[in-house]
Design a binder for this molecule. Structure first.
Ligand code: FE2
Ligand code: FE2
Length: 293
């Protein structure tokens, strides 16, 4: 595994910021067990992260000194660690995306498209909900809580799904995705807690967070799918064999990582939902021991 783990800073938060330094130079072109379709499926996800995680950081930063939380020392420490982890994820996905680009897969264009989708979506959504007294800050933060629920859920599914793990043949890529998956679950409650502390648990906040989840899931599905199709088409591999592999390991009820997320995704709609209701304590303990984190 080509990475140095440096747990440099806990600073009183419930989880640490780990400085990582992956070397993607030796990663094979089709590192998901030689499968073009599955490799591009993961690359399509990775292309979402640099701008996606920037939105997460910016949306929490924008409200961290709101009167409702500015003196909440514990939450402030969690926010700092959250920002630190997401910044590190961005750095590593930028580096991996650049390494895929070296093989001629145009991930840079996909990263730019992610930025356009996010900026267009957040402004349009804010315009639509403005008549109901909702601000851009509220929209950005609830988009983050929705997307953080998605990332924590896909991450916990990755940590539980042996079919996907078996396909991750390259040590560096396997470690990178599993490290990211662990951290998504370590910090899964931070944005949610910030949202609830500031905007409460009233009908308006509840309606907005549910609407945001539906909008965010449709956007992420359409965007990531279009990325995968483009990567396959540009590679001359847009065919039933590759699409079949993606169906089996992403969407089929028996092995699919996305199909396995359904129950936990729906839990978000419960009025009294909290991310920590989905218990990943032992799962994280086991994986941190295995990965030496
Ligand atoms: Fe992340
Ligand atoms: Fe996250």
């Amino acid at each position: 595994m080509n990475a140095k783990v440096n747990i440099s800073n806990r600073a009183g938060a419930s989880f640490p910021v780990r400085r990582m330094n992956f070397d993607f130079d030796q990663v094979p072109e089709y590192w998901m067990n030689g499968s073009v379709g599955l490799t591009h499926f993961m690359t399509g996800l990775s292309a979402l992260f640099p701008d996606g995680e920037k939105l997460f950081i910016d949306s929490v930063r924008a409200v961290r000194y709101h009167p409702a939380i500015k003196d909440n020392e514990e939450l402030q420490k969690e926010i700092s660690a959250f920002i630190g982890q997401e910044a590190m994820h961005t750095q590593e996905h930028v580096n991996f995306n650049a390494s895929a680009q070296k093989y001629g897969h145009d991930v840079a264009t996909l990263e730019r498209r992610t930025g356009v989708v996010i900026q267009t979506g957040r402004k349009l959504f804010a315009k639509l909900v403005k008549p109901f007294g909702m601000t851009q800050e509220m929209v950005d933060l609830t988009a983050t809580t929705a997307l953080e629920h998605f990332t924590a859920t896909i991450a916990s599914e990755l940590l539980r799904n042996p079919h996907i793990q078996a396909l991750m043949q390259d040590d560096t890529m396997s470690y990178m995705w599993l490290w990211h998956a662990v951290e998504e679950n370590e910090h899964k409650a931070v944005a949610y807690d910030v949202y609830e502390e500031i905007f409460g648990r009233g009908v308006k906040a509840y309606a907005l967070r549910n609407t945001a989840l539906v909008v965010a899931m449709v956007a992420i599905f359409l965007t990531q799918s279009s990325f995968v199709l483009k990567l396959l088409k540009d590679d001359g591999k847009l065919n039933l064999k590759e699409l079949g592999m993606i169906y089996t390991y992403a969407y089929s009820p028996s092995k699919g990582i996305i199909a396995g997320m359904a129950g936990e995704m729906l839990a978000y709609f419960k009025p009294r939902f909290h991310p920590n209701d989905l218990d990943t304590v032992q799962l994280l303990k086991d994986w941190k021991a295995k990965l030496g984190l």
